[in-house]
Design a protein around this ligand. Structure first.
Ligand SMILES: [Zn+2]
Length: 463
């Protein structure tokens, strides 16, 4: 490491190991899944309490800290004058629900073989504490900052990012921001997102019920369909089991789940049922026409059958999946989640989907958010990637992804660590959002050093 500041950064991080662990544990101990809005707690009492805790910790570290009506908070290295250019980091203090499969209390941080275990240690309470300590370093060192730094503390990242919507409306934007809420090294582009529902007309045929999927952004591994036909009318179909129940026939499909952003290798359970119904030729013409539309959706995850496949050479090719299906009052709604590169757009995608629907289905809740991409050779991105490589001794390059982080809410932002996807999880630890969520403590301390050095080097470039 050839940087005169390294010895001091390294010493600071090493001296604060126990403090970092203690403060991550304090923040994890405050459950913060989104709940019912209350006065002063727009995302529920949990996210508000965790935000308060983070602001409290920031204050203890000697930082100026602020809570913006419970929507979002921040800590900063010092006062920021009106119109002054400043840098920001953004992390979040809300978490996803605990789910099943934990070996111990999810809200009590455990340490095992160098790994921290607990809900939020990786996503994103651990990184939140790292940002606060990075700012503490900047403040304590007394270095005069050309760009003061604000560590934004989100409270609604996991669901709607209402925290950033609020911030955008009321407060000034940083000249550059990075979000430690993804993986290293640097992600300088995120695909566009296109989502909606394919809605059937009111059906009055043989399909009595159709249910599948748990999340719009995941390929479902289970789906069921109830029919007013004898079981003997159903063709044998791979992945589908047939059951007679109360004079009706129930089909159960078993697929293979996965994230909408990376659907390669998944098997969509809804798609299995659609194929089975069409192969069995048991539905009415109206139902069949609607199922044909779903068949086109589920035919492949690259959008080839829909005629929307796209590849721009910057991002991975377009993906599309059907996430959930639900039937109510004779109307079936199939959600879809598409991640698209820069050489297509929401209008083109909407037109193609409408063409696929014809008059057999309609679209509802159509929403498109454009991709964002920052040139990998821009000075800010180069500063981050070079800092990462200098500290780790690696030789990585920026990457793009299909997921969506806070970054797209800023004029100029990227995600920057702290996960290492190439570091295998031990069998007692789980991924972000999973049971026994784990974060490697050495890597967190290394990330703290990377963030401090990056914030110092960003001071030296024109932003
Ligand atoms: Zn996160």
């Amino acid at each position: 490491m050839k940087d005169s500041r390294w010895a001091s950064i390294d010493a600071f991080a090493e001296q604060n190991r126990d403090n970092v662990l203690r403060d991550i544990s304090r923040l994890v101990a405050v459950p913060s899944v989104e709940g019912t809005p209350e006065p002063g707690a727009p995302f529920g009492a949990g996210p508000r309490a965790a935000l308060d805790k983070a602001v409290e910790i920031a204050g203890e570290l000697g930082l100026d800290a602020f809570n913006a009506e419970g929507y979002i908070g921040w800590a900063q290295t010092g006062p920021i004058a009106d119109g002054q250019k400043f840098l920001a980091t953004i992390t979040h203090t809300d978490v996803v629900p605990v789910g099943n499969g934990w070996d111990a209390d999810p809200y009590t941080v455990r340490v095992r073989d160098g790994w921290l275990l607990g809900r939020g240690v990786a996503d994103d309470k651990g990184p939140t504490i790292l940002c606060l300590y990075a700012l503490k370093y900047l403040k304590d060192s007394g270095i005069s900052l050309r760009y003061p730094v604000r560590a934004l503390l989100g409270a609604n990242e996991e669901t709607n990012m209402g925290d950033m919507v609020y911030y955008e409306k009321h407060y000034p934007m940083p000249v550059f921001c990075f979000t430690p809420d993804a993986e290293f090294p640097v992600c300088n582009g995120e695909k566009g997102g296109f989502s909606g529902e394919i809605v059937s007309p009111r059906l009055d045929g043989v399909v009595v019920d159709f249910e599948g999927g748990v999340a719009r952004n995941a390929v479902p591994d289970r789906a069921t369909c109830t029919l007013r036909v004898p079981a003997s009318a159903i063709h044998p179909c791979a992945g589908v089991t047939v059951e007679e129940k109360d004079g009706l026939t129930v089909l159960h499909a078993q697929g293979k789940s996965g994230h909408a952003a990376t659907p390669q290798g998944t098997v969509n359970a809804i798609g299995l049922l659609v194929n089975c119904l069409l192969d069995s030729k048991v539905c009415t013409p109206q139902e069949t026409a609607y199922l044909q539309v779903l068949h086109t959706l589920h035919a492949d995850t690259a959008g080839k059958a829909l005629g929307i496949a796209a590849d721009d050479g910057l991002f991975d090719p377009l993906t599309i999946i059907g996430g959930t299906i639900h039937m109510e009052d004779g109307v079936i709604r199939q959600s879809y989640d598409c991640r698209y590169p820069t050489n297509t757009d929401g209008d083109k995608l909407t037109a193609a989907m409408k063409a696929a629907c014809g008059d057999a289905a309609t679209l509802d809740k159509v929403h498109a958010k454009p991709p964002f991409y920052i040139e990998a050779d821009s000075p800010a991105i180069q500063t981050l990637i070079n800092t990462y490589n200098d500290v780790t001794g690696e030789n990585k390059t920026p990457f793009t992804m299909g997921g969506g982080t806070y970054a797209r809410h800023f004029p100029k932002a990227v995600s920057f660590g702290p996960e290492h996807l190439d570091l295998p999880l031990p069998d007692f630890a789980g991924p972000m959002h999973g049971a026994n969520e784990g974060a490697n403590f050495e890597k967190l301390i290394e990330a703290l050093k990377i963030y401090i050095l990056a914030l110092l080097r960003l001071q030296e470039i024109d932003l």
